[in-house]
Design a protein around this ligand. Structure first.
Ligand code: RTP
Ligand code: MG
Length: 148
């Protein structure tokens, strides 16, 4: 089954949105296989957003992600990378549709609440970067036969 990496950013944690976001993930039928509240080192932030290292906003992005705790998650489900991005919304919350996390809770690109892996390949890299294998839990959801 496909996996993705989602991370509630410091603004989402600071605005008490963990429960609201986890509720949407559970309601959708996705399985949480790993989750942790953590602070992010500068090294981890720079590696995670390495593809943006030459962009003018890189410094601000690293400062922001390291500015408070984040809530990191690994989710499992059919087509979950794309489904995760759909739940999150587009990069700029002012263009994200209502019903998406960014569309419902954000206004500006610099404080867009949550990160979601953008491809199966990035998901694999990001899961390995953020989680040890023993932090990922193997179990079954009782209701999954009503989803699949
Ligand atoms: P993310 O990686 O955080 O899930 O966001 P994304 O794929 O939707 O967008 P991406 O292009 O990967 O950008 C990463 C993060 O950089 C910040 N950003 N700021 N000031 C700007 O023009 C700008 N553009 C991007 C956003 O916080 C974005 O989520
Ligand atoms: Mg991205």
């Amino acid at each position: 089954m496909e996996r993705t990496f989602l991370m509630i950013k410091p603004d989402g944690v600071g605005r008490n949105l963990i429960g609201e976001i986890v509720k949407r993930i559970e309601n959708k039928g996705l399985k949480i296989v790993g989750a942790k509240l953590m602070t992010v080192s500068e090294d981890l932030a720079k590696t995670h957003y390495g593809e943006h290292s030459e962009r003018p906003f890189f410094g601000e992005l690293v400062d922001f992600i390291t500015s408070g705790p984040v809530f990191a998650m690994v989710l499992e489900g059919e087509n979950v990378v794309q489904v995760g991005r759909t739940l999150v919304g587009v990069t700029n919350p002012s263009e994200s549709l209502p019903g998406t996390i960014r569309g419902d809770f954000g206004l500006t690109v610099g404080k867009n609440i949550i990160h979601g892996s953008d491809s199966v390949e990035s998901a694999e890299k990001e899961i390995a970067l953020w989680f040890n294998s023993e932090e990922l839990v193997d179990y079954s959801l009782v209701n999954s036969t009503w989803v699949y």
